[in-house]
Design a protein around this ligand. Sequence first.
Ligand SMILES: N[C@@H](CCC(=O)N[C@@H](CS)C(=O)NCC(=O)O)C(=O)O
Length: 220
Amino acid sequence: MIRLHHVPLARSFRVLWLMEELGLDFEVVPYSIRDGSLRRPEFKALSPAGRVPALEYGDEVLFESGAILQWLCEQHPEPGLHPAPGTAERARYLEFIAYSETIGCLVENLNLNRVFLRDPADASPVVIKLLTARLRAALGAMEARWQHDHCLASGFSAADIMFSYGFELARYYVRFDEFPRLSAYWDRLKARPGYQRAKARDGEQDLYDRDFYPLEEVGT
Ligand SMILES: N[C@@H](CCC(=O)N[C@@H](CS)C(=O)NCC(=O)O)C(=O)O
């Protein structure tokens, strides 16, 4: 029995996508960040901080998307979606996995300021400007160093999947065409049948009410 506790467009999509790539049979339990369901004791028994993803996998219950991806790759090593310890690409792999959260944390904080506050007047224009600049810098640094079709020279891996959260959300706050190599990379990832199967199971997002949140509309 494999059951993924999931919010559309959240970090739990990483797990959903990896499980589609691995061809696993699993159930998706949907939640919303807005309706308080992640604060219920039944959910916090699975994920103590009340955050998705949580994954029930047989007798195991796991939270933290990066840990879950790594663990699933170890349970299912056949497709080779992670370079094992001691292999040549391991350093780059770990670096990319962690860097995806540098981007993930920036978009999460932009979400807090721009789409979650009940009263938009509580948002800090200075913080929004800083976060947006830092997001552009983080993506720009990745663009400048980008070398291959995927994070690793050897091809698609779980590191690519980790970027799905940051890339899906960054496009609400920065113009992705500023980063042509990353745009082409993201298009390549989205063309994968595994991504498309996962997207079909992602569900309707209830975070954003428009396609783009321009920085220009934030006061000073
Ligand atoms: N480091 C954790 C972060 C998990 C996390 O923050 N998830 C967000 C969705 S992307 C969440 O559940 N937020 C709930 C909330 O903000 O109330 C991971 O990678 O799984």
